[in-house]
Structures are given as C-alpha cells and as structure tokens.
Design a protein around this ligand. Structure first.
Ligand code: G6P
Length: 614
C-alpha cells in the first residue's frame, strides 16, 4: 500500500527520493513526506497532503540538502489523509524519523503505555506509536538505534516495512520488514531502499530482498549488513533485477493504464515465450513438469486470490476443469483465511497475485501450507513475497504494472492458467490430441488478434462519450464470459466511480432485470460460442424493457447487430480463449468513460495497487 524509499551515499538525497516516490506513487497517493539529515545536521521532515507533486511544492523553498534521507507515499489506514498523519513521523525528541508500510495492530495498548510515560502524540497513526516506542526504548535503556528497533519490533504485533533515520547518527538508516516488502539496492558508494525495485533500477541492478524479521543496517561507505531481531547476522543474497526503465514510463500514452492495455499483445507473447512451441505442438510450464506427480495426484485444486486476480481464477477453474477433469474451487483469499477450510496434503492451492504482496493472499497461503497443501503461485512481481511463500509457480512476465486498475496482469494470468491447464492435460492425456493442438495453435495467435481489438480504440472512445451520463451499468456473460463480465464491471467501478454489476446472463431474470429501463446500459458479452443462443435471448429480454445494449460480438454477426444498440465486433477465437479477446474492449470502455468524466485513471480515489493491509 504505502511506498517507502531511502537513500544514503554521496549524492543529494532529495531528488533521488522524490523520483523514487513518483515511481511508487501507484502504491498510495493521499499524502507524502520526506526526512533528510541536512548538511548542517538538522533532521528536516517535510510532509504534504496529496500527491508527491504537492510535497515538492511544499518543500520548494526549504532546506533540502543532505545525502541521506527516507521518504514515503501514503495510503491511509489509521487517520485521515492529512499533513499531520503523513509520514515520516518524528519521535517527541525529534531525534528519530520513521516511515512505515503496514499496520501495527496493538498500537492502542502501546500508545496508552507511552502516554502514561509522558509521550505526546501529534497524529492519529499507528506509525507514530512505533517511532515513540523506539525512542522510549533507546532513552530508557540507553541503547543504540539498532538495539532499540530490535526490542521494539518484538513488542509489536502486525505487518510492517519500516525505515528509521536518527539525527545524532547521520550515517545510517535502519530498516526492517515483516509481511511487507522491502528491497535494498546496492550501488557504488551508495545504498538504496524501497518497497519494490522500481525506484532503484535506474541506479543499480543489484538488490537484496529482505525476508521477514530481518533488519538492514544501511551505513554510509559500508557494505549492507543484515541481522535478525536477536542480532544474528544473515548473509544477504544479492540478486540481479532485470527491469527496463522504459517499462516504468508512459512512453507517449496519456496514462499508464492505456499504455498497459496496448502492451497486452507483446505481454502475452512474452508470457508464452519459451513455453509454447507451436512447431513442436507443445506447451511446457517447467514448474508443472517439475511437480507433475504432486499436481496430477491432487484431489482438487483450490485457487485463492483477490480482486482482478480472483476473476482470472474463475477463468482458471473453467480451463482446468474442462481440460484436465480435476475439480477446482475458487476462493476469495480474505474469506478462505478466516474460515476453517477442509484442506490437507491431498490438495493443491494455486495463489494468483499481480503484486505478490497481497496480505490476504499471503495469509491464505500460510494457512494452506500449515495444513500440508502444496502451493503453486502465479505472480507478476519478481522477487515479491508470494513467490517466496509458495512451493513452486510461474511468473506471468508482463512487466511492471503501474496503473492501479489491473489490465495486462489479468490477461497474463489467464494465459498462464491456460498454459498450466494445457501442460497438465497433456501429462494426463485428458484432452483429445486434435483439440489440444487446436488450442495451442490458437493461443499462439492471440497476440495478433489482440492487436486487431486494439484498433477499435477510437470507436470505443467515441462510444464511451454516450455513456458518461450513466450512474449504473450491468455487465452480462455466461460460461467463460461470466468472469469477463465481472472484470469489465470492476474496471468501470474502479476508475470511473460508476456503479456496475457483473452477472451471469441467465441470472438477470432473478433480480437485476428489475433495474432495466431506457437509461440502463447493459454490456453483454455475446461472442459466438456454445451459449450464444441463450445470450441472444437475454439480449431480447433487455431490449423488451428498453435497456441500452452494448454487445461484444464475433466479427460478421448480423443477428445481434440488428437488435443491440451498439456492437463491438471482435475477432473469432476458441471459446476457452475468448476472455483474452473480450476483456480488452471492456478495459478500453472503462478507460475512456473515466477519461470523459475527468477522473484520475491511474490513481483512482481510495484504491491502491498493492494491498498490504487486511
Ligand atoms: C488491489 C488492486 C487490484 C488487484 C487486487 C489484488 O485491489 O487494486 O487491481 O486485482 O488488489 O492484487 P494482487 O496484486 O494480489 O493481484
């Protein structure tokens, strides 16, 4: 959720920190702040409500000197977005400044204890409690910062990535993590710190991903040192990150979301590269081959995920059940983790996550692991927490997704799920060879077909203008298209703030039909597949009640085009791969409606891309 950046080295810290915050702004953007130890050894903290650009304006005339600093962009949990609640937080002595991503669950008890010792609080945050606690432990026990952090974190219940700066010790940053990601970048005579590698990659490709309950001692002119809470030294494993800077820029698009929609053909190609070999009529997901006994021996699969990833999971259920004849259940990770699910070592849990950091999905994995289940991860963010918590898995390889509303990650997840189902089906011989080959071949054509869908961008932009009046939308689909309807509705809600519901088309008559009148736009996914005729009847029912139908149809469909108000014609594909085609125009529709309504597409209100709180 919140974003953390830190720097110590020979350069001015402020510009590096601000640039880093901008890279991480997708994580939270209700307030931002920076703490710097200035050239004349003051610990300066500057904070502003709003975006990083508001912080820049606020700090414009201030002393921004110094070669060490920490910075934060916030997504509010405790306390409204305000300057007072923005991070960094000072300790009362103003000797320490701290930034935090996560939640301190026992903050109320700790706060009472500190108040009884005379500590005064200026904000409503849980974070201020932590910095005061560290200060209290330092002062009362006459400890150095590292020892105080180690003791304080043993008193804390919750999730955190933190970084602390000490006025009296301007040559170090102490950072620690538990359940929230933290990466240290290793440069020449400089060290960086960030919630993920995106702020670091333009300076160095060498990083260390901290593990839970590890503390990084980041000192000027010294090598990175990592210890645990008991001060046992841990050998940091230096990894190479392969992020290309262009992936982090808009490259001429007006928004990251639009750029990411347009990247999808290349992303899907990258996702399949080395995994699909059409000439050899083969699909290989290496993790599936490595663990085929475990996977094929499973009693059932349970897919856990949140948000858009949960919609991909619903498509995964269709794919795996129909290709492999293995029963699949799909669960919201947030519900699964707090039930007492019947699960054991005969089950395989597939966890899907773009960010690899979603707290609920991580907790669901931990629960399933503790009951003996085998865990397969499907993630985008390389080196994130979820891939490290699973037994094995597959990356979707679609590159960093910056727009808060997920687009290319969804189609990447569906592509990996299709490859997973195909690899298993081949091993299990559960699909007739002809059918298997047809699907593999068609999957390899999806990037080309997506490109054709993207050519509809202008037409969809025009169509969007008609619907900016709407306060509600209904999205309908059946079979493989039902999760697409859910995803289309979610995209619209997320970025345009128009209320939208996705329904299985046949369920319309059990309630939502009461909402239909001449004002109601109904988006129907009505491509040519097994349930086409049924969906056609649903469209007739909507038109009989004057609803305004926007239908996604297969090119050349002149039946629905004579009934629906607007038709978006899409290239034909196999029914099982249809979501990879039909999702794209719905992403564009949501995008253009939001743009027409003047909304902040890449940073919609109240949302965050990486949900590291419950
Ligand atoms: C947030 C994001 C969504 C995302 C969901 C799950 O709500 O805004 O776009 O689908 O989290 O995130 P994950 O990273 O686990 O896929």
């Amino acid at each position: 959720m919140c974003g953390i950046v830190g720097y110590i080295g020979t350069k001015q810290a402020y510009p590096i920190l601000i640039k880093g915050l901008k890279r991480l702004e997708y994580r939270g953007y209700d307030s931002a702040g920076v703490a710097l130890i200035s050239n004349n050894r003051h610990l300066n903290v500057y904070k502003a409500k709003g975006k990083v650009s508001d912080l820049e304006s606020f700090a414009a005339e201030k002393d921004i000197s110094g070669t060490v600093g920490i910075a934060h962009t916030r997504w509010a949990t405790h306390g409204e977005p305000s300057q007072a609640n923005a991070h960094p937080h000072y300790s009362s002595s103003e000797n320490l400044a701290l930034i935090h991503n996560g939640i301190i669950e026992n903050y109320a008890i700790l706060k009472e204890k500190l108040q009884s010792k005379g500590y005064v609080f200026k904000s409503s945050t849980d974070t201020e409690v932590l910095v005061q606690l560290i200060d209290y432990i330092m002062v009362t026990n006459k400890l150095d910062l590292l020892s105080a952090v180690q003791l304080a974190l043993q008193e804390v219940i919750g999730a955190y990535a933190i970084a602390v700066l000490e006025k009296n010790n301007p040559d170090q940053i102490i950072a620690a993590r538990k359940s929230s990601s933290l990466v240290v970048g290793i440069g020449e005579e400089e060290l960086f710190l960030a919630s993920d590698a995106t702020p670091i990659v333009e300076y160095t490709d060498k990083v260390v991903y901290l593990d839970d309950e590890e503390i990084a001692i980041i000192r000027r002119g010294e090598e990175l040192k990592v210890v645990n809470f008991k001060n046992v030294e841990i050998n940091p494993e230096i990894k190479e990150v392969k992020l290309n800077l262009g992936q982090l820029e808009k490259r001429g698009f007006s928004h990251f979301m639009l750029k990411e929609i347009f990247e999808q053909p290349d992303c899907i190609y990258d996702c399949m590269r080395g995994r699909i070999n059409v000439d050899a009529d083969n699909v290989v997901l290496s993790a599936v081959i490595d663990y085929k006994e475990k996977l094929l021996g499973a009693r059932r699969f349970i897919i856990v995920a949140c948000g858009t990833s949960w919609h991909a999971a619903l498509i995964g259920k269709h794919l795996i059940e129909s290709f492999c004849r293995i029963p699949v259940e799909v669960e919201y990770a947030s519900e699964f983790r707090y039930r007492d699910p019947v699960i054991d070592e005969q089950d395989v849990v597939i966890a899907i996550s773009q960010s690899g950091e979603t707290t609920d999905t991580l907790a669901a994995i931990e629960l399933a692991r503790s009951r003996g289940a085998f865990i397969y991860g499907i993630c985008n963010s390389v080196g994130s927490s979820i891939p490290r918590a699973t037994h094995t898995g597959s990356y979707i390889h679609v590159g960093p997704e910056i727009g808060v509303a997920s687009t290319k990650a969804f189609t990447g997840q569906v592509t990996v799920l299709a490859m997973l189902a195909l690899t298993l089906a081949k091993e299990k011989q559960s699909l007739p060879r002809e059918e298997f080959l047809e699907i593999v071949k068609e999957l390899s054509h999806i990037p080309e077909k997506m490109k054709k869908v993207l050519e509809l961008n202008h037409r969809i932009a025009g169509l969007s203008q008609i619907f900016t009046y709407a306060h509600n939308f209904i999205y309908l689909g059946r079979g493989y298209s039902y999760p697409v309807a859910l995803e289309g509705a979610l995209k619209l809600k997320e970025i345009s703030y128009i209320h939208a519901e996705g329904y299985p088309a046949a369920e319309m008559k059990h309630g939502p039909i009461a909402l239909i009148d001449a004002e109601m736009p109904v988006v129907v996914i009505a491509t040519h597949n097994g349930l086409y005729k049924k969906v056609l009847s649903n469209i007739q029912e909507i038109k009989a009640r004057q609803g305004r139908v926007i239908a996604l149809v297969t090119e050349g469909d002149d039946v629905i085009s004579s009934i629906a108000d607007y038709c978006i014609e899409l290239p034909a594909t196999l029914e099982c791969l249809d979501p990879l085609i039909t999702t794209v125009p719905l992403q564009m529709l949501a995008y253009h409606i939001a743009v027409c309504k003047g909304k902040d597409v890449d940073q919609p209100r109240n949302l965050a891309k990486s949900v590291t709180v419950e």
